[in-house]
Design a protein around this ligand. Structure first.
Ligand SMILES: C=Cc1ccc(O)cc1
Length: 178
């Protein structure tokens, strides 16, 4: 695992894959200082993917970075990344409706923002499902900021293996098979 994250600028443009201790596998691209893209590969809402989510990103201390946001679904998320240590900790605060109807959120959310907003009004918010978990980071790379190729297609079986074995991106971190 790389051991060279220090300032916020080192973290911006980073592409990570990590598996929570409960088995849920997520992929995060820190697109720029206030934007992420992500894909969910395992867990309650596996198959969901999102681009251009507005977030707050800060450096807590050298090599420790926090990302927080609230989603159109009403889900709140707080993530702490320690990439030099190969770990992160995430807490997800799911509204009740996402726990009861996860399938509504399992999509390319950008094409269904109005459905997320309608659903958060239509269904129950409380009690929320709080999921606090540590995760092990299995992949870290510098994709550069505002790289639209990093999270640019639906998650499929085998995509993480292609990313990890280096066949998914070329030397400029552009997608090989477009
Ligand atoms: C709900 C989104 C979400 C994205 C990344 C992550 O690690 C946890 C939650």
């Amino acid at each position: 695992m790389t051991n060279n994250f220090n300032k916020l600028n080192d973290f911006l443009g980073t592409h990570l894959i990590y598996t929570y201790d409960n088995g849920w596998e997520y992929e995060m691209y820190v697109k720029n200082e206030n934007t992420i893209d992500y894909r969910i590969h395992g867990g309650m809402v596996a198959g969901r993917w999102v681009r251009d989510q507005e977030v707050n990103i800060v450096r807590l201390t050298d090599g420790v970075f926090k990302i927080t946001w609230t989603e159109p679904t009403g889900t709140d998320v707080a993530l702490d990344f320690l990439p030099n240590e190969g770990i992160m900790h995430g807490t997800i605060f799911f509204p009740k409706w996402v726990e009861e109807h996860p399938e509504i959120t399992v999509t390319y959310q950008n094409d269904h923002i109005e459905l997320m907003k309608e659903s958060r009004e239509k269904y129950d918010t409380y009690p929320k499902l709080v999921v606090p978990e540590f995760a092990k980071i299995s992949y870290v790379a510098n994709a550069g900021q505002n790289n639209e190729d990093v999270v640019s297609e639906k998650p499929y079986d085998g995509i993480l293996e292609e990313i990890r074995n280096g066949s998914y991106f070329n030397e400029n971190y552009k997608r090989n098979n477009k």
